[in-house]
Design a protein around this ligand. Structure first.
Ligand code: SF4
Length: 320
């Protein structure tokens, strides 16, 4: 069942992730979380190796270290495909409009996210790296979230990725229908805790932009707000930043709670900061708390209910 009321992020996805059997050996990979996510996002499938004209099946490609440079090489013929790959794939990435993130296949020399093998001259693995598509995506679209299906098994990484792509989709849709300068204040209010999570300094900068909105044209506001928001969420949230946001939210409801409940929240937040509780425990506790005591201001915050809850329940490891 698809939950209504959430924006639909646009995600560039590795084509072999349950879309088409395009792996070098003609196989396809199914991942439970990715299959569920597809119901809530608009997928732009892409296989860089097919895009550069390699067939299916094909020889596997590998990443080789050449004096510190990474080259993409046909593992059987030794032909260096790096330039051909970079030209085609960069053009594709530059052509992307209104995309909210990438979800790529782990461990692939083209699509891997931090876990692609890099071989040295002696044909031994000397390190791990992003795949070539991932490197290009990070360089051409540096502020867009990029993750792999394997990394999204980790609860903290998954939650942050989902907050980012759904917030970007929310902002994209909200800015599209922005007709007056005052509308930007409404958008900013709803994104406040998302921005606080990733970059309190950007919260100040974006707040100043909104406060001075009368001095800008609507189009300038759209462009500046979008750029600064993307910069903000390019950061990685720490335990301290999550605890900070939950503490702010708590201040809005604590007067409605008993003394015992308040003591419990304080202990929970302290234990979370100290690494004694996983993020998931805080998220579940606050979901219940806000169900009981939440007010309109809190309920409107994108941070409080950023994406369909079903995506929180597919198997994950805790990971902080
Ligand atoms: S990992 Fe990337 S390059 Fe390899 S088959 Fe999948 S989409 Fe294509």
């Amino acid at each position: 069942m698809v939950e209504l009321g959430y924006p639909r992020p646009r995600i560039v996805m590795s084509m072999c992730l349950g879309i088409s059997p395009v792996r070098y050996n003609g196989s396809i990979v199914y991942d439970n979380f990715v299959e569920t996510l597809k119901r809530y996002v608009d997928v732009q499938p892409f296989c860089p190796e097919v895009a550069v004209g390699l067939g299916v099946p094909r020889n596997p490609v590998v990443l080789c270290d050449e004096g510190g440079d990474i080259r993409l090489v046909d593992s059987k013929t030794g032909i260096d495909l790096t330039e051909r790959f970079a030209d085609t794939v960069s053009r594709f990435i530059e052509s992307l409009n209104f995309v909210d993130g990438f979800l790529l296949k782990s461990a692939s020399p083209s699509c891997g996210v931090g876990d692609a093998k890099v071989y040295g001259r002696d044909r031994r693995v000397i390190r791990r790296s992003d795949g070539l598509l991932t490197l290009l995506a990070r360089s051409v679209q540096p502020f867009l979230p990029v993750e792999s299906e394997r990394r999204l098994m980790n609860y903290s990484i998954r939650r942050s990725y989902l907050i980012k792509v759904f917030s970007l989709a929310f902002l994209r849709e909200a800015l599209c229908s922005l007709t007056s300068k005052d509308g930007i204040a409404d958008i900013h209010r709803k994104l406040k805790y998302v921005i606080m999570l990733y970059s309190p300094s950007h919260l100040r900068i974006l707040g100043q932009l909104v406060a001075k909105r009368k001095g800008y044209e609507v189009e300038e506001l759209r462009e500046s707000y979008s750029r600064l928001f993307k910069e903000a969420i390019a950061h990685t949230p720490s335990r301290g930043s999550y605890a900070n946001v939950f503490s702010h939210i708590y201040r809005h409801v604590k007067d409605l709670m008993t003394q015992e409940e308040r003591r419990y929240v304080n202990t929970l937040l302290m234990n979370y900061r100290l690494g004694r509780e996983p993020l998931r425990t805080i998220v579940v506790y606050f979901r219940g708390l806000l169900h009981r005591f939440g007010n309109r201001y809190i309920a409107e915050q994108v941070f409080v209910d950023p994406f369909p809850e079903e995506l929180d329940h597919i198997f994950v490891t805790d990971g902080g």
